[in-house]
Structure formats: structure tokens, C-alpha cells
Design a protein around this ligand. Structure first.
Ligand code: ARG
Length: 392
């Protein structure tokens, strides 16, 4: 039964349309909602809404629900709409009147915000860890092949010498900056929305500091209108930090495709894929997909930022649409990082192919500087060396 059931029937298509995919997506946030509900029950006990005994019954029931969830025994039905309904219905089924008290001083609006933020915290930790293991793999690669020189490029034309250490550590440094940005974003979003209700507070004295602390939030998000408005705004910040990671992977995927085309990098056959018609092919599909998926994340970020603009204060159902793209972004990025990690573990450098590309042309700028060191003005030295390449 819906939480807002008032005794009339909802058109079955409208029911399906308005629930959307929430009954599937909410499975991810259900355990976080259970955790937050336990803390919320403590707040209600402190406010005198629940007795000690009622609180302990609610906590036991919520633990039971969590166990059922972990055992794969909880399903959200379309008629349930979302995970919040599952929790309240479960408590009411188990505890009768006591269960009916759990929604005191909360709305699904602050409830979903809380569950989402707890979930983000957890998944961002996983993403951070996988970026760190990618960094370790890139460093291993750099240790192994770092000294090998190869041409650096501008405009896809040979430019100046570089080496594998400089190239691979460009990715390391970039990912480290991304992690700093992600941490800064997580720091901003580390605010407890619980207790802001539908977006205008609740007419009951509740200890928001207590619930914030118990749920591990750095602070209480005080302004209830801003709290509601921050749905999507915070997701947008997170998505942008994640987009920076996917951008690095996108660009290095292109570099690897290019450098392996030149024969400098070698992809182990185990990370290449074939053609149904051309028997010789060993294609870098894995890198093309890393490159391509970045655009999906970019469009997801644009979706998030656009759907929340032009919105009047307070909750609107449009917010619900954020879940799918945000969750999808986490899933895609986790796979992209893992794929790149495997590439760095299975890739080698062909030293011979690299050194064969280190011809005269690549040292042109160095020749200029040899003259500069002898006292020739830069522009004159530039022109002297340029003469040699005029006909080449
Ligand atoms: N499933 C909803 C969402 O994700 C939960 C909040 C519902 N709130 C409401 N006022 N209808 O947005």
C-alpha cells in the first residue's frame, strides 16, 4: 500500500509511469534508508514520540529487514513505488501502531536525500580506491618502461622527445588532481538533510545535530529550502568530479590507440578483440569503449544540470529521474577504471619501434638550444635549424 493512499484507485498506467524504474533503482539505497531510519527512530525517541520500548522494537524490525535484504529476500513492488514505502509498510506489518509512527517528522523528500547521500559516500569510496589501484598500475608500468624515449606530438605531428615515464605520469598526476576535486566535492556535500522534511522543516522539535552525527555527516544542512534545492546540485558536483576522471581515461585511451598504431605501445592479445571477416585483426575495442563511454558520462552530467534548472523551490517529481543517470555513471566509471587498469597491466613498450622514430626531426628544437647555449639569439638559431628542414 502506498504511503499516501487515501482510498481511491490510481490509473494503472499512471502508477507505472510515475514509479518509473524506482522500484529497481531504490534497491541500491534501501540499506542506507534502513540505517537512516534507525537513527531517525532514535531522534523520535529523544523527542518523546517513541518510548524506549517502541524504539527498540523498531530497531529490531529494521535489523530484520536489513537481513532479509542482504539475503536477497526483499523486493520492491511497482505498487510500493519506492524503498521508503517498503520500510514503513514492513514496520507497520510487524509492529502495527508503532510502525505507523516512523514517518513522524520526516518526508520522503528528506528521506531520499539522506539515503542517497549515504550511498554516494560509499560508492565514491569504492571509486576512489579503484582510481588508486589504477594509479599503482600506471606507476608499475612507468617503472618498467619509463626510460624509453619516444616522440611527443603536437597536431599529430612529431614535436619533441619525451619518454614513457613522463607520459604515464601525466595520467598519474591528473588522476591525483581528480581525486582532490572529488574529495573537495564530497566535503561540500557532507551535510545531513535529515529533518528538513518536505523542504520546509517539521513542526516538531527534533535533534538534527544528533542524527547528523550518528550518520557520520560533518554538519547539518540547516536551510530546508536549500537542502531540497541541493538535490541534483550536489549530484551535478559529484558528476563533474567523476567526469574529470573519465576525461583522463578518454584521452589516454586515445593516446594508447595512437601509440599502438605507431607500434610504440603493444597491446597483449588478451586485451584485443577480433573481426568476423578479417582474420588478421587485433582491435583495441576496449580502449575505444573507454573513450566512448566518457561521452555517456558527459551527457549524464548535462542531463543532471539541465533537469534541475528552472525549477521552483521545493520537491518536484523530476528529481526522481536523476537516480538512473547518476547510478549509471557510477557503474560505467567503475568499469572504465577497471578496463584501463587491465590495459596498463597488459601493455608493453616496443623499445626498438620507439627508438626508430627518434630521428633528426624530433631533436630540431634541441639543436636550436645548443646554438642558444653558445650565445646565438633564439630567433637566429631557430632560423638556422629551420633551414635544414625546409626541403624535408
Ligand atoms: N522516489 C522519490 C524520489 O526519488 C521519493 C520522494 C518522493 N517524494 C514526493 N514528494 N513524491 O524522488
Amino acid at each position: 500500500m502506498k504511503l499516501w493512499d487515501k482510498g481511491y484507485n490510481v490509473d494503472s498506467f499512471v502508477e507505472r509511469f510515475t514509479t518509473g524504474e524506482d522500484y529497481i533503482l531504490d534497491m541500491r539505497i534501501l540499506p542506507h534508508d534502513i540505517r537512516a531510519s534507525k537513527v531517525h527512530a532514535e531522534v523520535l525517541q529523544k523527542a518523546g514520540v517513541l518510548t524506549d520500548e517502541e524504539l527498540s522494537k523498531i530497531k529490531i524490525a529494521l535489523d530484520e529487514l536489513l537481513k532479509l535484504y542482504e539475503g536477497g529476500k526483499v523486493k520492491i513492488k511497482i505498487e510500493d513505488e519506492d524503498c521508503h514505502t517498503v520500510i514503513e509498510n514492513f514496520l507497520t506489518e510487524r509492529l502495527g501502531e508503532i510502525g505507523k509512527k516512523i514517518h513522524t517528522a520526516r518526508s520522503r523528500n528528506d528521506q531520499v536525500l539522506t539515503a542517497l547521500r549515504l550511498y554516494y559516500r560509499e560508492i565514491i569510496k569504492d571509486i576512489t580506491e579503484s582510481v588508486k589501484s589504477l594509479i599503482a598500475s600506471v606507476k608499475d608500468f612507468s617503472k618498467k618502461y619509463g626510460k624509453i624515449q619516444f616522440p611527443g606530438f603536437t597536431h599529430t605531428r612529431k614535436a619533441m622527445p619525451t619518454d614513457i615515464k613522463t607520459w604515464s605520469e601525466a595520467l598519474v598526476d591528473s588522476l591525483k588532481d581528480d581525486l582532490k576535486l572529488l574529495k573537495a566535492v564530497m566535503d561540500i556535500t557532507d551535510q545531513s538533510p535529515l529533518g528538513t522534511g518536505a523542504g520546509y522543516g517539521v513542526p516538531l522539535n527534533i535533534d538534527r545535530e544528533y542524527s547528523a552525527k550518528k550518520l557520520g555527516f560533518k554538519k547539518v544542512q540547516k536551510n530546508p529550502i536549500y537542502t531540497q534545492n541541493s538535490r541534483g546540485k550536489f549530484e551535478g558536483m559529484i558528476m563533474h568530479a567523476l567526469l574529470q576522471i573519465s576525461l583522463d581515461l578518454n584521452r589516454f585511451a586515445t593516446d594508447i590507440i595512437f601509440l599502438s598504431f605507431l607500434g610504440i605501445l603493444k597491446l597483449d592479445v588478451s586485451i584485443t578483440t577480433g573481426s568476423s571477416i578479417m582474420p588478421q585483426k587485433k582491435n583495441p575495442d576496449v580502449l575505444e569503449l573507454i573513450r566512448g563511454y566518457h561521452h555517456r558520462i558527459l551527457s549524464n552530467e548535462i542531463f543532471v544540470m539541465s533537469i534541475i534548472s528552472n525549477m521552483i523551490m521545493g520537491y518536484h517529481k523530476d528529481y526522481q529521474l536523476l537516480k538512473k543517470v547518476v547510478f549509471e555513471t557510477f557503474d560505467i566509471l567503475i568499469d572504465m577504471i577497471r578496463a584501463m587498469d587491465i590495459v596498463f597491466k597488459k601493455m608493453s613498450v616496443d623499445e626498438k619501434a620507439a627508438s626508430e622514430m627518434m630521428d633528426d626531426e624530433i631533436f630540431a628544437t634541441h639543436r636550436v638550444y645548443e646554438l642558444v647555449k653558445k650565445g646565438v639569439p633564439f630567433r637566429e638559431a631557430y632560423r638556422i635549424v629551420a633551414q635544414k628542414f625546409k626541403e624535408k
